[in-house]
Design a protein around this ligand. Structure first.
Ligand code: P6P
Length: 335
């Protein structure tokens, strides 16, 4: 149940009972994401003052060491999750391996693990373009009270219990799912409260926006090249519009509202594409499917891929169902 302008806290409480694993832990986990998002948002919004507050490696006017924002965001999300004693393990794009949190303590009954890209698109910060945080939540598969292992993290995307993103854009939004649709909350920075602004978000089944880095065109598989030319052809509602921000969360968010497709295919330069399966593609795929969209690697459902390593990359296509299926058709035609 949801109503416009409900706060995130009210929404979580009202919907907690509907979550099949209801025990309040997941609610507390989402609340800790909410807190970290507000802290990171404050710092991201100061980035424009870098000449005043100093850049990474400097010390700012308060004599504090200025951190790179992605390192800062990583530290804040990990610290918040640790302090609230909610999870037993965390994996992050910024960490070589997973972090075990008190999981050697047999009294640690925490059953959730989180995988996170703390600040995706951080290269955009220096040019004042929106960036995002992406998170993915699973129940551990090893026994509670024992140390977490890599197996707890190498789970298929279909096993996720929650996923979401924070987009630090013209406004800051937290968009997430726990498997019962996708809801978007906008931060009122004046009072530090997220309000339900986009209840039950859904991809239009079709769209006229395609998002891809066409600078890589000559390196793409022929099926992708053929699809891009299809988008550019004069026929029906085509040519489509090309929109590519260079920030997955921002391109995904716009396409979910307006209808569109995002593509980061493999290429002769990167045989598995660029995006990471566990903390970029799987959470965005969960959101896409919960919002009546689709996510694949061009042939297979993203959330059916069996992970083999923490930072593995996969080709990533997601967005309006009909557009993703049209691209898959072009990929099959030249297989
Ligand atoms: P390229 C940001 O680095 C990111 O991971 C995504 O957010 C974005 O869509 C993509 O990479 C941009 O990559 O190679 O087009 O600059």
């Amino acid at each position: 149940m949801s109503r416009k302008n409900q706060t995130l806290g009210e929404f979580i409480i009202e919907n907690q009972a509907s979550f099949k694993y209801t025990s309040g832990e997941l609610s507390r986990l989402i609340n800790s994401i909410r807190l970290a998002a507000k802290v990171v948002n404050h710092e991201v919004n100061k980035a424009g003052l870098v000449d005043i507050i100093g850049t990474a490696g400097d010390t700012n006017i308060q004599g504090e060491d200025q951190q790179k924002l992605d390192v800062y965001a990583n530290d804040k999300f990990i610290q918040t999750l640790k302090n609230r004693n909610i999870v037993c393990g965390i994996a992050s794009e910024e960490e070589d391996t997973f972090i075990s949190i008190n999981s050697r303590d047999e009294n640690n009954q925490n059953k959730y693990i989180v995988l996170i890209d703390p600040l995706d698109g951080s290269s955009n910060i220096d040019v004042n373009v929106s960036v995002g945080t992406i998170f993915s939540v699973y129940r551990r598969v090893t026994p509670v009270g024992t140390p977490v292992t890599i197996d707890d993290f190498l789970q298929k995307g279909s096993q996720q219990v929650a996923a979401g993103y924070v987009v630090y854009g013209t406004s800051t939004m937290l968009v997430y799912t726990t498997g019962d649709g996708v809801n978007g909350f906008t931060l009122n920075p004046a009072i530090g409260t997220f309000y339900l602004s986009h209840p039950r978000m859904e991809f239009p089944v079709d769209g006229t926006i395609y998002s891809v880095n066409e600078g890589n065109y000559i390196h793409f598989p022929q099926g992708v090249k053929n699809y891009i030319k299809y988008c550019q052809m004069e026929e029906g509602d085509r040519p489509y519009t090309s929109r590519y921000i260079g920030s997955l969360v921002s391109d995904f968010h716009r396409n979910m509202i307006k209808g569109g497709i995002y593509m980061y295919p493999k290429s002769s330069k990167s045989s598995n594409g660029k995006l990471r399966l566990l903390y970029e593609c799987n959470p965005m795929a969960f959101l896409a499917e919960q919002a009546n969209g689709k996510a694949s690697d061009g042939f297979n459902r993203i959330m059916d891929i069996d992970p083999t390593e923490l930072h593995q990359r996969v080709p990533f296509i997601c967005g309006s169902k009909n557009m993703v299926e049209k691209l898959e058709e072009f990929m099959r035609d030249v297989k």
